[in-house]
Design a protein around this ligand. Structure first.
Ligand code: GLV
Length: 305
């Protein structure tokens, strides 16, 4: 059974979905569906959950582990596409690409002007990467190739990456104070929930940009709105928002210096095809009682076995 908001057969949490859950043995889920103990209680025969995403913050891994349900996900294949989008968003916000393209289309391109549509240089700027996992490292290596100085913060120091990428470790607050671009690539956990709040935004330079390709709720949406309204930071580019989708009445859409894309980090033909294949491999393995090739809750499965 496939469930997600785009599912034609099972739109949202309809009674029809509940009926199907009762007899479901396997679930191919999307990141927009919350799978917790309450959800699991409606699926007494469920033997595997296969999430078509690398992130599994929509799933209560412990609750699944307690029921002996393995949870599959799609690591590694998402790395390059997400890092490329992150770099694209950085350019979009620094060079005002979406704003100026809309202006040109809207008849506001009157003349070339020496001080028209000015943005910021990428080369020579400092990029602060928050969370130097696989996606963070892929962003850092591309940024180094663009001539940026790369600094990072994470729970643990990544000595190999420091050497191979020339990235310097900084405590979070120091990274906020010194970076020209801050890219969020951390997993969503209780520790990273609203990590970028009003306090963090105030520590950023007024000329700095925030780019989020992680999860929307790593940023406090209201605090970001406030920061853009008051010129506390120079701009933001968000592929993920809180909530998702972001209602088109949200104030963030009113700021020309805020670029918002609809969670398209992995949206290339090649990447989504590979994610779909991996999700199917996980699902079939689970249904056949085999170990999942890409399992996200091995530890919980072990501790409850
Ligand atoms: C996308 O956001 C994913 O987690 O794969």
């Amino acid at each position: 059974m496939l469930i997600g908001p785009d599912s034609v057969e099972f739109p949202g949490f309809s009674p029809a979905l509940d009926e199907h859950l009762e007899s479901a043995a396997g679930l191919l889920s999307l990141l927009s569906v919350r799978i917790d103990a309450g959800f699991l209680s409606k699926a007494p025969g469920l033997r595997v959950v296969s999430n078509m995403a690398v992130g599994v913050d929509n799933i209560d891994l412990e609750a699944c582990g307690r029921r002996g349900i393995p949870v599959g996900h799609t690591p590694d294949v998402v790395t390059d596409a997400t890092a490329e989008l992150c770099i694209g968003l950085m350019f979009a916000i620094a060079r005002r690409i979406t704003e100026t393209a809309a202006a040109a289309r809207g008849g506001k391109w009157k003349a070339w002007s020496p001080a028209g549509w000015l943005g910021s240089d990428i080369r020579g700027a400092t990029l602060g990467v928050v969370g130097l996992g696989k996606i963070g490292q892929a962003v850092a290596s591309r940024a180094a190739g663009l001539g940026m100085k790369v600094v990072y913060t994470s729970r643990t120091r990544k000595m190999d990456a420091e050497t191979s990428l020339g990235a310097a470790f900084l405590p979070f607050d120091e990274l906020l104070r010194t970076s020209d671009f801050i890219c969020l690539t951390v997993a969503l956990t209780p520790e990273t929930h609203r990590l970028v709040d009003a306090r963090a935004l105030r520590l950023m330079k007024p000329t700095a940009y925030l780019v989020n390709v992680a999860r929307g709720s790593v940023v406090d949406t209201a605090a970001l709105s406030h920061a853009l309204r008051d010129g506390i930071i120079a701009g933001a580019a968000l592929d993920v928002t809180d909530p998702e989708p972001l209602p088109d009445t949200n104030e963030l859409f009113s700021f020309p210096n805020c670029v918002i894309t609809p969670h398209i980090g992995t949206a290339t033909y090649q990447t989504r095809k590979r994610m779909a294949e991996m999700a199917c491999e996980n699902l079939i393995a689970g249904l056949e009682g085999r170990r999942l090739p890409y399992c996200a809750n091995e530890d919980y499965l072990k501790s409850f076995s």
